[in-house]
Design a protein around this ligand. Structure first.
Ligand code: AMP
Length: 504
């Protein structure tokens, strides 16, 4: 299944492809506008460098993504939660010639880069001649990158995961079976930020199937009344999100099958799915099937998935994450990279055509996590500890200090590295605070370089404010604890365990 082949079949269709608030676009217009922009890229770019798109859920973002694919370029979607500073760091690596900026933020551009805002884009889309046809040989091919997603990196600099056409075709061909809706059902939720790859499910599967994507932007997410007003009118038949987002919606009594009477599929991915949430969903949406999808960005959205049944809920174990996709093979390995006995826990290592070729311009990090298997395909060490039972995999925890907070992937060292860049900070440690088995928020412990004139509380607020200029808002620790010095363990390292015992 390949999105451009599928959309081409619908290039004359008046059916609505995307809805965002009061605006919409048909499949025909989407095709035409992406042709116009692909032609623009061909004419105005000297290189095949990726196109960077900094924004949220505007309809034109999808136009640009498709245009990039048609012109043989990758796109880099950066969400508005990214501060301009982080966007600038990423652009240094990407060396993009064009930045589409819908964020309202001011970005310092490198010399060779041109910025295009929404207004200019809308006029470009109008001003171009009708009938542009981009030849298929110009489209991205097999190993070419379609997108590069920048995810939290432990050094404080985000890592760019490169995903090719081959990766996407492999993933979508496998997972599309789980996404099927009844023939008369049409609308699919498009909520997940484009900088997080769960958004690939609505875009590369449902849109390609001819379904209508119903977009939810950040302002709607921050205002439940507004969100529910739109949801009530949405006719959504497939829901795709992190468990965290669906859980927030589920807290409200009015969020049930009366609000979404057509809901058939609930696809949850990106973090641990709890039995509590699935039980609530089974009650609220009795006719809908709930799917638990597991996978890292490096493995193209999902490496395994399964429907959660009543029997699984009744079982005393946690919920399974399913079985590895059909083209792939896997091993569960111990610390010495040897396979463990069946039922034992270890790190999940996967070989598949869905595995990325590695991190963008980052051979060092690529070598740590990726490898070439004997059959020539790419393999990836997930860093996730799992075990297998009765043909199903079960997620246990991470091997490292990567966490998920409200569905967002965060390297704790990414935050402390950026904290340490602040003038006032000498050293820092960031720890997660767990509630009911999930990360509820983050606390940063900080030793200062010099004594602040402000109270600890105000110093903490000032630190957070400065940190917001460096890392996305979802990574900002809720609490900042200022210490005279860190407790040390017998190896002379900061004693994280003691910090947690004393303060969390
Ligand atoms: P990301 O690259 O943002 O998709 O994050 C990938 C990581 O999220 C995985 O390596 C897991 O640690 C975690 N994760 C993703 N899906 C699940 C799931 N269904 N259950 C448990 N953990 C998950």
């Amino acid at each position: 299944m390949w999105i451009l082949d599928e959309l081409k079949k619908r290039s004359d269709s008046d059916v609505t492809a995307l809805i965002h608030r009061e605006r919409d676009i048909s499949f025909q217009e989407l095709w035409k506008q992406s042709e116009i922009m692909a032609e623009y890229f061909k004419q105005h770019c000297q290189t095949k460098a990726p196109i960077v798109i900094y924004g949220n859920k505007d309809i034109e973002i999808t136009v640009l993504m498709l245009a990039a694919l048609k012109s043989g370029r990758a796109y880099v979607p950066l969400d508005i939660t990214f501060p301009a500073n982080r966007v600038e760091t990423i652009m240094q690596d990407v060396e993009n010639e064009l930045l589409f900026n819908f964020s309202g933020e001011t970005v310092n551009l490198p010399e060779e880069c041109r910025e295009i805002g929404k207004r200019e884009l809308l006029s470009l889309l109008q001003g171009n001649p009708e009938g542009t046809i981009i030849p298929e040989q110009d489209y991205v091919q097999g190993e070419d990158n379609c997108y590069i997603l920048f995810t939290s990196g432990s050094t404080g600099k985000p890592k760019g995961v490169q995903i090719s056409k081959k990766n996407i075709v492999n993933f979508t061909s496998w997972f599309a079976k789980a996404c099927e809706l009844s023939a008369d059902k049409q609308v699919v939720l498009n909520q997940v930020s484009y900088s997080f790859d769960v958004s690939v499910i609505p875009l590369y599967i449902y849109l390609a199937m001819g379904k209508t994507l119903f977009s939810i932007d950040k302002e709607m997410l921050d205002n439940t009344r507004l969100l529910f007003r739109y949801l009530k009118e949405s006719h959504i038949a497939a829901w795709v999100s992190t468990p965290a987002f669906l859980e927030i919606c589920s807290f409200d009594d009015s969020f049930d099958e009366k609000m979404l009477p057509e809901l058939e599929n609930i696809i949850l991915a990106g973090e641990v799915l709890t039995k509590k949430l699935v039980s609530v969903l089974h009650k609220k949406f009795s006719g809908a099937k709930v799917i638990n999808g597991y996978g890292p960005t490096e493995g193209t959205v999902l490496l395994s998935a399964c429907e959660i049944t009543e029997e699984m809920l009744a079982n005393e174990k946690s919920l399974p994450i399913g079985m590895i996709l059909d083209d792939g093979y896997y091993e569960i390995q111990d610390d010495k990279n040897h396979p463990v006995a069946v039922g034992e826990s270890g790190e999940l290592v996967v070989v598949s055509d869905s595995i990325s070729k590695g991190y963008f311009k980052n051979p060092e990090q690529t070598a740590k996590a990726f490898f070439k298997a004997e059959d020539g395909r790419m393999g990836y060490r997930t860093g996730d500890l799992v075990f297998e039972e009765n043909g199903l995999l079960y997620y246990i925890t991470r091997k490292d200090t990567q966490i998920k907070l409200n569905g967002f992937r965060i390297e704790l060292n990414d935050i402390s590295s950026n904290l340490n860049l602040l003038d006032i900070v000498n050293n820092s440690v960031v720890l997660p605070v767990y509630k009911e088995g999930r990360v509820a928020y983050l606390t940063a412990f900080v030793v200062l370089n010099y004594k602040s004139e402000l109270s600890d509380l105000k110093t903490g607020i000032a630190i957070k404010k400065e940190l917001k200029e460096k890392i996305p808002s979802y990574m900002i620790p809720r609490k900042i604890v200022i210490l005279e010095k860190f407790p040390m363990n017998i190896n002379g390292k900061i004693d994280r365990k003691k910090l947690a015992e004393d303060y969390l």
